[in-house]
Design a protein. Structure first.
Length: 451
């Protein structure tokens, strides 16, 4: 068990409940109440999960930021969130865990606020307000019932907690009386060791993580304790999906399609095998439709309403009555199964994390010698999509890499650079981003792998 590195933690429901009550007391002492925001920009930990759940059960909105952001990126989001408290070091959780015991709602009264970038590159907070108790219970049951969490479960958290799904599933398991194992960061060998040592019953992995775990020497044999392995966050290549299905038990590997804004579908392994490529049918209480432009809309329950923080225009564009969209394109077959045709706008999803080209382009454009730049995606069997940059100018690739390292978080930095003489544009001067792979003589599809 050498791969069980320091920092792997187990949360039991009763001590976790007591710790949440102390956090609630610490928030009360500081005068932080319902609707206020608390920023957490930290690696995953049991203490972080406890603090996030405690805040949410008091109606205080946890704002979870990517722990790998550079200080300048982080500070811009902190300013936008207008928080009552900011925690950017794990030691900052200790005072919160030392408060007097205070009462809590049975269920989270708010959803954590996560930031997602828009087409202009300006990050937007997804804010859902404070729910009344009946809606809070309905929102909690919507997730916990879907996956069947109960006191017999041990849930493994191996994805960063700044991903919305990580806290959502871990919180559902813990508040239903189950145990939670938390890895401080994703490491394939550590995941394999945790699966063997703790024998969890449920876990979530983005396709990139799943690919790496399967590739570990003991990876194919490590899934025996699982009744549920959920994946989402980026397109899952069919060869990977089939390989994973061959390594888990019957009925174990499920998929869902959703976003920071909300959840659309769920797909069982049997449904996927019958209709390869589908992301499933509408989750309970929802209805899907595709408009004349091919945009996917989801009619959602009232507790699923959201707005973009300080951005009423984007909020208005996202909603049409009780239906919302994140701009993804797709089609729904005669049995209600959704097939996605493309991601919203020019979004790149690399390793389950959203990357918007305009933000990366703005950073690279500041490098000396760059005259023009376009960022695009190529399909990748490990990452789902690989961030690439086509650059016009008198500049070396190592210069671009150093420049990106100084201005962009690691997940936003291009993995491949192409130095070109010109970029493809329309007659009106607009960049034809989607034509870039073809213009560069590249195949956008991933290489075919053997099952």
């Amino acid at each position: 068990m050498s791969a069980l590195r320091a920092g792997v933690e187990m949360l039991e429901p009763t001590p976790a409940e007591e710790a949440q009550r102390r956090v609630a007391g610490a928030l009360e002492q500081r005068g932080i109440g319902a609707g206020d925001r608390v920023v957490f920009c930290l690696p995953s930990s049991a203490n972080l999960l406890v603090c996030v759940l405690a805040a949410a059960r008091r109606g205080v909105v946890p704002v979870l930021l990517n722990a790998t952001l550079l200080p300048s990126e982080r500070d811009a989001l902190v300013t936008d969130a207008e928080p009552a408290l900011v925690v950017t070091d794990p030691s900052g959780l200790v005072p919160l865990l030392s408060g007097p015991a205070f009462e809590l709602a049975h269920f989270p009264l708010v959803r954590p606020m996560h930031y997602t970038s828009g087409t202009t590159g300006r990050p937007k907070g997804v804010f859902s307000g404070v729910l009344e108790e009946p809606d809070a219970r309905a929102q909690f049951d919507d997730e916990a019932d879907l996956w069947g969490f109960d006191a017999s479960d041990t849930h493994l958290v191996c994805s960063p907690m700044y991903h919305s799904v990580s806290v959502r599933l871990a919180g559902a398991a813990l508040l239903r009386g189950g145990r939670v194992v938390v890895l401080p960061r994703f490491d394939a060998a550590a995941v394999v060791a945790a699966l063997a040592h703790f024998e969890p019953t449920t876990t979530f992995m983005a396709p990139t993580a799943l690919h790496r775990v399967i590739g570990e020497p003991d990876g194919p044999e490590c899934f025996s304790s699982l009744r549920l392995l959920v994946h989402a966050g980026s397109p899952c290549p069919a060869p990977l999906k089939r390989a994973a299905l061959g390594r888990v038990g019957p009925g174990v590997l499920w998929e869902f399609y959703g976003s920071t804004e909300g959840q659309f579908t769920v797909c069982s392994p049997e449904e996927w095998l019958e209709r390869p490529g589908t992301v499933g049918r509408a989750r309970p209480g929802r209805r899907l439709e595709v408009d004349g432009d091919g945009t996917v809309w989801c009619h959602a329950p009232g507790f699923a309403r959201f707005e973009y923080w300080h951005d009423p225009k984007s909020t208005a564009r996202a909603w049409r009555g009780d239906a919302f969209t994140v701009g993804d394109m797709g089609r729904v077959d005669e049995d209600g199964y959704l097939f996605l045709d493309g991601r919203r706008d020019d979004l790149i999803i690399s390793g389950g994390v959203n990357v918007y080209p305009v933000e990366v382009e703005a950073a690279l454009a500041e490098a000396p010698g760059v005259r023009d730049v376009a960022v695009f995606a190529l399909a990748d069997p490990e990452w789902g999509e690989r961030v690439c940059a086509a650059v016009v100018g008198d500049v070396a690739e190592d210069t671009l890499r150093r420049h990106a390292a100084q201005r962009l978080a690691p997940y936003k930095r291009p993995k491949s650079y192409f130095l070109v003489s010109e970029l493809p544009h329309t007659p009106t001067g607009k960049l034809r981003r989607r034509d870039l792979p073809g213009a560069l003589g590249l195949d956008r599809s991933p290489p075919v792998a053997e099952d």
